[in-house]
Design a protein around this ligand. Sequence first.
Ligand code: NAD
Length: 483
Amino acid sequence: MIKKINNFINGRFENSTSKTIPVWNPQNGEKLTEVTCSSKKELNNAVSSAKSAFCKWSNITLKERVEVFYEFRNELKNNITSLANSICQENGKTFEEARAEILKGIELTEFACSMPQIIHDEIQEVSRGVECRSSHVPLGIVASITPFNFPIMVPMWTVPNAIVLGNCMILKPSEQTPVGASKIAELLKKSGLPDGVFNVINGDKNIVEAICDHKDISAISFVGSTKIAKNVYQRTTSNFKRCLSLGGAKNHLIVLPDANEEMASNDIIASMSGCAGQRCMAASAMLGVGKIDSIINKIANKAKTIVAGKNLGSVISEEAKIRIEKYIEEAEKSGAKIILDGRGVKVSGKENGYYVGPTILDHVKPEMKIAKEEVFGPVLAIIRTNEIDEAIAIENNSQYGNASSVYTQDGNLANYVTEKVSAGMVGVNIGVPVPREPFSFGGWNESRFGVGDITGKSSINFWTQLKKRTSKWNQSAKKNWMS
Ligand code: NAD
């Protein structure tokens, strides 16, 4: 067992006396560790340490702040295997998936390191001898609240950018996967980040609410399910703070009859089953247009090569397994045809693990629950349509809008679909259309509340505010209408 996961405050892991929550290894159902359920006093201590560090950290240059993140990037690289193993233990994904998560974390850190090449103050001589200058300045103390599905990568969406831009940060990881945040804290300290600039506060709903209400926290980014994303957005903004709150998803892949069958079937399987379907970018519904039986047969055959405990990890909890299997059961009762059933799978030697095998349901109707709600498991619901516009209408009708892709070899049709779908991240012949750095990540509709995206250049506006300075130094600047 890993020793208790404590908070990281002012550069140290604090041995808390607050109550703890058990953390389970979802691959075998055994207790992995326990995590502190922080009190408001502990949050206050973290905020005080961040406030003490802010003056010095925000006053050094951007280039100096970035130096720490060059080191951090190398630490991530040097520790890929141990970090990936730690993710497997707490989250249940496969080693390759965990490794890919760290690689993306490295890419995100490299983006933060490029900030001095991206941000420049804007200066213009607006009248003779009078200069206007606009600069991005940090907000102060900011917080990032993260979900279970990417214990290292999702924190990497916010931590490097927010800190490089001069803020001090409180990270509140998921109580289901708190180990990754501790590893990030250790590596940032080793990389030379001054004490207090980065703090980790653990806990559940109560500490999230305390973060939303804390008078000294200026901005909060949240990533999680839509219901909670809405609550956090509402609570934070009603406290007059800045908030960007990313929610759940229901991603549609529109498959046209001319799709390259080999590529489409491989991608669709990888998208619906990767990370056991627990990705906000996972293919969850396939909208098959016209005659697509041959692609569906290929998908069904290839899905049989995805085996729980081998190239398919576990889902996060027993609760999640029950929820996913209930969705399958309800869909079957409502008339969907099960062509591959992942219910009740057992992994030899890991009989108590929370596994669901790949599941494919054909002839799903748009009004069924499984067609509309986020399942967050390795389940693909196939909805058949006669026309492209019918498929687009189903996609447009979704409350969510994270991702959508089209499979076709016809450029005109690809353009038509990508223009009409209502999602922030769209793909052509791509199963998981995650924009790579420096392109920003963010959905539409109820997959995101607030303005802008969470990564890339868009994040600069979220983590900073503009200071506009007008100066007159030159005697030749005569009196004018703005003097
Ligand atoms: P979750 O909403 O249950 O938890 C997210 C965070 O909120 C955690 O830190 C948790 O401690 C906290 N929390 C839980 N209940 C709360 C409550 N009642 N009030 C306040 N805070 C609360 O999400 P999860 O199950 O950890 O993660 C899966 C969800 O996250 C899925 O819906 C997935 O689509 C979504 N997600 C979205 C994106 C995106 O970019 N849009 C990315 C990753 C995950």
